[in-house]
Design a protein around this ligand. Structure first.
Ligand code: C5P
Length: 222
């Protein structure tokens, strides 16, 4: 009989490169992948589309309870405004509780009967999957992260046929610092490395270098 599912937790602040790393780790080790930020973004987007206040806990909870797989692929999920709304609703304990089950079920029973999963987010190693076999905490200096996110926004708007990024790099940095502060200072599930997490600073690494370090760590744990 198969043993318990393998879980790899990848946490870190905005635009540290954790999504890219988590996706590649999942591919390399044959594991399913869940970007848990998408769940919070989907709740934020639902409220923005309704024209509702993202700071209203009752509306946010109702939106969180209504989230399904069909809400997790809208292109607008990646917008800065959606990220800011996500950060606000992510500070609400009832919203976090409502999204916890989905994440734990994914980790325990990955889709398509896979042998395990990689989850990325802010609190995977500390709250969602504290028994994960391998935990990574991915960081980079704020300026480096803002630059990467800005380049991503420019590329995305070019691909969509619009003139360029809708925001400046300085605005991206300001948003990122605001979101970091909110994620770190909130009372419930604040962004912090698990005691047994491997700290990976990707500021001076390219994707290949960061992936090689992450893969070696996960290999040592599985
Ligand atoms: O990672 P991403 O930027 O997509 O996450 C959007 C927001 O969702 C974050 O700023 C954070 O506030 C929240 N989040 C969270 N816990 C997670 C994943 C995301 O609080 N596990």
């Amino acid at each position: 009989m198969a043993g318990p599912a393998v879980v790899v937790a990848v946490d870190g602040p905005v635009a540290a490169g954790k999504g890219t790393l988590a996706r590649r780790l999942a591919g390399h080790f044959g594991l399913a992948y869940l970007d848990t930020g998408t769940l919070y973004r989907a709740v934020g987007l639902k409220l923005l589309i309704q024209g509702a206040d993202p700071e209203d806990p009752a509306l946010a909870l109702a939106a969180a309870r209504a989230i399904g797989a069909g809400d997790l692929s809208a292109p607008a999920l990646r917008d800065e405004a959606t990220g800011m709304a996500a950060s606000k609703i992510a500070a609400m304990p009832q919203v976090r509780a409502a999204l916890l089950d989905y994440q734990r079920r994914f980790a325990a029973a990955p889709p398509a009967g896979g042998r395990g999963a990689v989850l990325d987010g802010r609190d995977i190693g500390t709250i969602v999957c504290p028994h994960a076999q391998a935990k990574l905490f991915v960081t980079a200096r704020p300026e480096v992260r803002a630059h990467r996110r800005y380049r991503e926004l420019v590329a995305r708007s070019r691909a969509a046929g619009t003139a360029g990024a809708q925001v400046s790099e300085a605005e991206v940095l300001a948003d990122l610092l605001l979101r970091d502060a909110g994620d770190r200072e909130r009372i419930v599930a604040p962004l912090t490395p698990a005691a047994d997490a491997y700290l990976l600073d990707t500021s001076d690494l390219d994707i290949e270098g960061a992936f090689a370090a992450a893969r070696a760590f996960v290999e040592s744990k599985l």
